[in-house]
Design a protein around this ligand. Structure first.
Ligand SMILES: NC(=O)c1ccc[n+]([C@@H]2O[C@H](COP(=O)([O-])OP(=O)(O)OC[C@H]3O[C@@H](n4cnc5c(N)ncnc54)[C@H](O)[C@@H]3O)[C@@H](O)[C@H]2O)c1
Length: 262
């Protein structure tokens, strides 16, 4: 079965007038799709960040051109480096007069059997995916606490729940992101901040197609009830729901964006 990709869903002003910060938003995947969606859903200003300087500037220009919003700012940051994280959040807070919504998109994966895994590879994936999300969440919570409001949306993965060969490091990191989301949400509720996460199954953007084998990709797509991978914008839609007031009674939740069985 192959359920066709539905028509692109146009904006409904879900986050009208809000300011948004998104990490890892200069790639071909969910981050940039979320940035585009945020503008289409009515945000008044947006900071997009990435570790890759060249692609970031191009992404800022592209976002401005495609959406017409001029309040689009780029800031290079590595989510693993505490100084970068604090500079990014302070910059966003000052430039946009407060950050209403943070989308923690940065995460990194490789494929390796556990018995062949070197510490270096394990640490790198845990560092970007889990520790990076923790650093962004920790400092953003401090800043949002002062204002007494804000929403954080983390990008997890169904692999935080499910087993897959060669993914022990990534799955452990994403399970960590889920636990972090739940615990941080409890603390943040005390000062009016909501924290949730989306758990996508698979989004086959061009970069991922380059790095994974055709066989594996075909297998993963076949596992989906829809027989296809998600479009990046379909995950971004779920992020917008979690970022908007439509999810005002949700915090500490992990929302699956998947059609996978079992
Ligand atoms: N693509 C999928 O199938 C899929 C499935 C489930 C979850 N996810 C998660 O979604 C998120 C986005 O992944 P994507 O595949 O859509 O790619 P993406 O294009 O959204 O993100 C890739 C970007 O991350 C940037 N980046 C890498 N390390 C960074 C760091 N240390 N600091 C800041 N930026 C960094 C890269 O430069 C690149 O531009 C990740 O957290 C990923 O784990 C992806």
């Amino acid at each position: 079965m192959n359920i066709n990709v539905p028509e692109y869903v146009k904006g409904h002003q879900l986050i009208e007038g809000k300011s948004v910060l998104i990490t890892a938003a200069a790639g071909a995947g969910i981050g940039f799709a979320a940035a585009t969606k945020a503008v289409e859903e009515g945000c008044r200003a947006i900071v997009i960040s990435d570790i890759h300087e060249g692609r970031l500037q191009k992404s800022v220009d592209k976002l401005k051109e495609e959406t017409g919003l001029q309040q689009v700012y780029g800031k290079v940051a590595n989510v693993v480096v505490e100084d970068d994280v604090q500079t990014l959040i302070d910059f966003s807070d000052q430039t946009m007069d407060g950050v209403d919504i943070l989308i923690n998109n940065a995460g990194l994966g490789t494929s390796k059997l556990l018995i062949e895994m070197e510490d270096e590879e394990w640490d790198k994936v845990i560092n970007v995916t889990l520790n990076g999300t923790m650093r962004m969440t920790r400092y953003m919570m401090k800043v949002m606490k002062k204002r007494g409001s804000g929403v954080i949306v983390n990008n997890a993965s169904v692999l935080g729940w499910r087993a897959q060969k060669e993914q022990a490091h990534y799955a452990a990191a994403k399970a960590g992101v889920m636990a972090l989301t739940r615990c941080a949400a409890l603390e943040a509720a005390d000062f009016g901040v909501r924290i949730n996460a989306v758990a996508p199954s698979i989004v086959l953007h061009p970069m991922l197609r380059k790095s994974a084998s055709e066989e594996l990709l075909a297998e993963l797509e076949a596992k989906e009830a829809y027989g296809r991978a998600a479009e990046a914008w379909e995950v971004a839609n779920v992020m917008m729901f979690l970022a908007s007031d439509y999810s005002s009674y949700m915090t500490g939740e992990i929302l699956s964006c998947s059609s996978q069985r079992g």
